[in-house]
Design a protein around this ligand. Structure first.
Ligand code: ATR
Length: 275
């Protein structure tokens, strides 16, 4: 008797740019599993009916990307504490017609740094977070989990940064966007969570030359892989971690939930998604 194919997907709008099918189908093949992963474009107006259709077709689960990460929460039967804290769901598992939501973005962010800068200590020094959108939410959650003691968040729209600082007002302080150069002075970790610097977006104008000599700089933007921020960091001798690993690592727990196997991020996969 053949084993039933495990159908999975990513839903978003637009979705054609998504690298997730490449990642999941690579692992499905590598582990010799019976299944497939598709990108499905769902217009925000149709999310309820289109998600119900996936349930009807027997999907094991799906990833959720822009702009549905918050809207999907209403459609979930259960949401775990992690996703509730982050305030967004990026992974849904379907069991017996019920939708279980979680979030793997914080995991992806941390694992990327742990794999590429294994000696980095999150518990000492000042951490600067640039931006206060959905990605910043997961990044802050992850930093607090790792025991960060001092975080400064700055965002063009200050109120959004203030909203996120409410996670932990003792550890997270808010700075004006105009002061972003100053707050980088002496920083041990600088994280860009904005879309600035991405191909087609405005540049991220910032001077990080004053950061700590051992500073680590990372960018969630991965197109281009070496952003101007990372290039600037390298020119000052700082350690850098590119954003592609966050995308790759956030996919791992989702794959495990659906297929029961925790896949690894290897060089072949990295090359495949960067090609
Ligand atoms: P999300 O849907 O996650 O909020 P987004 O709208 O693309 O994503 O914005 C992500 C981040 O990039 C936000 O912090 C945003 O700042 P605002 O909250 O002020 O919108 C930031 N961002 C986008 N364009 C920017 C720009 N031109 N200058 C400064 N920050 C910018």
């Amino acid at each position: 008797m053949s084993i039933k194919a495990i159908k999975t997907a990513v839903i978003g709008h637009p979705i054609s740019h998504s690298k997730s099918p490449l990642i999941h189908n690579y692992w499905i093949e590598k582990h010799g599993l019976n299944g497939g992963y598709q990108a499905i474009n769902i217009h925000p107006d149709n999310i309820r009916t289109d998600v119900q259709a996936l349930v009807g077709k027997g999907y094991a689960g799906f990833n959720v990307t822009v702009p549905h990460k918050i809207a999907i929460m209403e459609l979930c039967d259960e949401i775990d504490d992690l996703a509730k804290s982050i305030g967004a769901v990026n992974t849904v598992t379907i069991k017996n017609g019920r939708l279980y939501g979680t979030n793997t973005d914080a995991y992806g962010f941390i694992q990327n740094i742990k794999q590429n800068a294994p000696d980095f200590d999150f518990t000492s020094g000042r951490i600067v977070v640039l931006g206060a959108g959905g990605a910043a939410n997961a990044v802050l959650y992850a930093l607090l989990q790792e025991g960060a003691q001092e975080i400064i968040i700055t965002n063009r729209t200050r109120e959004k940064a203030q909203g996120l600082a409410a996670f932990n007002n003792k550890i997270i302080k808010v700075a004006d966007w105009g002061d972003r150069n100053d707050i980088c002075s002496g920083a041990s970790l600088i994280i860009n969570t904005t879309a600035l610097g991405m191909t087609g977006k405005p540049p991220l104008t910032i001077d990080i030359s004053g950061a700590d000599n051992n500073a680590l700089v990372t960018d969630i933007v991965y197109s281009p892989l070496q952003t101007d921020l990372l290039k600037q960091a390298q020119s000052h001798g700082f350690q850098t971690v590119t954003g592609i690993g966050m995308l790759l690592h956030q996919a791992r727990p989702a794959f495990k939930l659906w297929h029961g196997v925790m896949p690894e991020v290897d060089k072949t996969l990295e090359k495949l998604v960067l090609a």
